[in-house]
Ligand binder design. Sequence first.
Ligand SMILES: Nc1ncnc2c1ncn2[C@@H]1O[C@H](COP(=O)(O)OP(=O)(O)O)[C@@H](O)[C@H]1O
Ligand SMILES: [Mg+2]
Length: 449
Amino acid sequence: MDDKKANITAVIIIIGLIIFIIVARLSLKLSKAFFLIVGADIAVILAVFVCLVIRGRYNHRRKLLEKKLVSEGRELRIEYSFLRKVAGVPIKFRLKELEDATDNFQALLGQGASASVFKGILSDGTAVAVKRINGEEHGEKEFRSEVAAIASVQHVNLVRLLGYCCLPRGPRFLVYEFIPNGSLDHWIFPGKGTKNRPEGCLSWDLRYRVAIDVAKALSYLHHDCRSRILHLDLKPENILLDENYRAIVADFGLSKLMGKDESRVITTIRGTKGYLAPEWLLEHGVSEKCDIYSYGMVLLEMIGGQRNVTLIENGSDKSQRKWQYFPKIARDKLGEGKVIAVVDHRLVEVGAIDERQVKRVVHVALWCIQERAKLRPTMAQVVEMLEGRVPVEEPPDPQMIMVDFLSIDEEESDCHFRPKIAAMGSNVNSCNIPCSSSSSFAMSMLSGR
Ligand SMILES: Nc1ncnc2c1ncn2[C@@H]1O[C@H](COP(=O)(O)OP(=O)(O)O)[C@@H](O)[C@H]1O
Ligand SMILES: [Mg+2]
């Protein structure tokens, strides 16, 4: 019974008893029975008063207690979410919160193979990037991979997952810290500018620092986490730049966890053309060496300011098209001692490029893209080489026999590779495709970036 009801009942009882006393006085006069009734009524009225007082006090106490609990609970919640934030534990968001933060998913930051990323501001003012992963089964797999890899790791050069939101049978959302300068591709490839993000040209020094940042992030994933984490989709689109142009590795949708005692894991071929290691394409399983290969490819693209594979002559049919394979050009120029010729011409025009540094990066990149996975250095060694703590030896000539051909396809779209590989011998060296820096051929089996 609530307070109002109890008070009304008490007043009704008291009025009833008073009326009863008046009626008894009129009908029984001042008889003994009347005094008995008056006594009993007064006792009941007193009892009702006492009950009301006790109830009032009890309610007052209860309200005080409730208030205290609510404020303590709120404090606890604030403390808890603060601790989660500090510890980097992702929190669960409601869809409404994300809709409000992104103004109903208005500002598109970028789009990949299976997700769209929108800018948002949380109610506490934190700028976020909300990744909406589409596709039911595939999306679920990607969501799980991404959470499993990134939720438990902390590194200055890895993107921070702030939270997530899952809807039954709906899209899944991942909430990341917002990285203001977007992805690296906009800063190294000309012609990548959009209305929201004009293109820029990263200086040589910043590119060099980005190379070290990414190497450190991968080294941490490969060597310093409880289980080895393979990124498996390293490319400029998945490297973000913060306000100081420091690199932040993002997009763990294709990542894999690998036991420290495992040397490779078997997984379906996915990823992006041009960055996939040959052993993966040959279905020999993946290891951290696949990331190292992709890293080498990214390094070359950073040096040259161009995609590793570019169409240079567009014939009417596939066989007449001519492609340029930048890793071969880099290797040849290095052999001729003209290492500056491989550097992004926009940087060369500005000048102030340390030739020894360029040589070192090209050497490291060529070590990383060796077809034989065993020859590739570890990411920890790459960091040491780039930081100049160990000398970089002359790399063996990478054969580049099939990888470049496997890298090429018709589409320029940003989609991931799905297994379409033609049956192919497992011996890389047995493939007799011509090997030149500019060749025409008809092999087309991978999808675009
Ligand atoms: N945290 C972020 N801050 C700013 N931009 C981001 C962020 N995360 C992603 N983006 C942009 O969105 C694009 C796609 O994001 P990504 O996570 O790679 O999705 P997908 O898995 O579909 O490739 C990126 O290339 C980048 O331009
Ligand atoms: Mg991506």
